[in-house]
Design a protein around this ligand. Structure first.
Ligand SMILES: C[S@@+](CC[C@H](N)C(=O)[O-])C[C@H]1O[C@@H](n2cnc3c(N)ncnc32)[C@H](O)[C@@H]1O
Length: 224
C-alpha cells in the first residue's frame, strides 16, 4: 500500500525552511508568484484570514499587505518554516503565527477566508474541509491551491522533462533531495482537485475551480 502523503511532510520540510523561498521560485520557473497573485484575486474583502500551511509566510504577508486592517493568522506544522515566517514578518503587526496541524487545530475564532497553498495533496479531504468549515464565518470562502498533473500530452511531456531535471538537481542538494525526488511522484498520483471538490459539494459549499499554467496547478474555492 502507498505511504500516506502526510508521512512525507517531515521528510520534505523539516530541514528546508531557510532555503524554501528561493527553491519555490526557481523550482516553479517563477510561476509561484503568479499563482499567489491568482489566489489573491479570489479574495475581494474580509477582516479575518487564516493561511493554513503558511510555510515561510509568502502568501500570509501578501494577504496582510492587501488587507492592512484585517487580522491574519498563519498555521504550519513545521517549526523551521514558522521561524522563517516570523522573522520575515517583523514589519507586520496584523499577522500572528501558530505551530499546529491544519487537520487538527482548534481555535476560538472564525475567519472570513481560509487559504492553503500547496497543502491539499498532503491531507485527507474529509478531515481538512470539515476543520476549515468549523473555522469559517457564514459567507466565508475556502481557497485551496496546489500542483496538478497536466492533462495535455504535450504539456505533460514538458512537465515530466522539467521534473526530471529537478530530480537530478535534488541529488546535489542533500536537504532538498527527498522533496525534489518525491514531489513529482506525489503530483502524478494525487487527485486532490476532484476529491476536495466532491467533499466540499457534499458539505454544502458553493464550489468552483480554475486551472493555472496549462494545468500545472489549480485553485479550488468553496463558499459557505
Ligand atoms: C510547499 S510548503 C508551502 C508553504 C506556503 N503555503 C507557500 O505557498 O509558500 C508546504 C507547507 O505545508 C506545511 N504542511 C504540510 N502538512 C501540514 C499540515 N497537516 N498542517 C500544517 N502545515 C502543513 C509544511 O510544513 C510546509 O510548510
Amino acid at each position: 500500500m502507498a505511504e500516506p502523503a502526510k508521512n512525507l511532510v517531515p521528510k520534505f520540510f523539516d530541514d528546508t525552511g531557510t532555503t524554501y523561498d528561493g527553491v519555490v521560485s526557481y523550482g516553479t520557473l517563477g510561476k509561484d508568484k503568479y499563482w499567489k497573485k491568482k489566489i489573491l484575486e479570489q479574495i475581494s474583502d474580509g477582516s479575518s484570514f487564516l493561511d493554513l500551511a503558511c510555510g515561510t509566510g509568502i502568501l500570509t504577508r501578501e494577504i496582510a499587505a492587501k488587507f492592512p486592517n484585517a487580522k491574519i493568522v498563519g498555521i504550519d506544522i513545521t517549526k523551521s518554516y514558522l521561524d522563517v515566517a516570523k522573522q520575515n514578518s517583523n514589519s507586520f503587526d496584523n499577522i500572528s503565527f501558530i505551530l499546529d496541524d491544519a487537520e487538527e487545530f482548534k481555535l476560538d475564532s472564525k475567519f472570513d477566508c481560509i487559504t492553503a497553498s500547496y497543502l491539499p495533496k498532503y491531507c485527507d479531504p474529509g478531515i481538512l474541509v470539515k476543520n476549515c468549515i468549523m473555522h469559517l464565518n457564514p459567507g466565508g470562502k475556502i481557497i485551496f491551491h496546489d500542483f496538478t498533473y497536466p492533462k495535455n500530452p504535450a504539456v505533460r511531456g514538458l512537465w515530466n522533462f522539467f521534473l526530471t531535471i529537478l530530480r537530478l538537481v535534488g541529488y546535489f542538494i542533500p536537504s532538498w533531495k527527498d522533496a525534489l525526488i518525491g514531489l513529482p511522484k506525489l503530483i502524478r498520483s494525487t487527485n486532490w482537485l476532484h476529491n476536495y471538490s466532491n467533499v466540499m459539494k457534499k458539505s454544502g459549499l458553493k464550489v468552483s475551480n480554475q486551472y493555472l499554467t496549462y494545468g500545472a496547478a489549480a485553485i479550488l474555492t468553496g463558499t459557505k
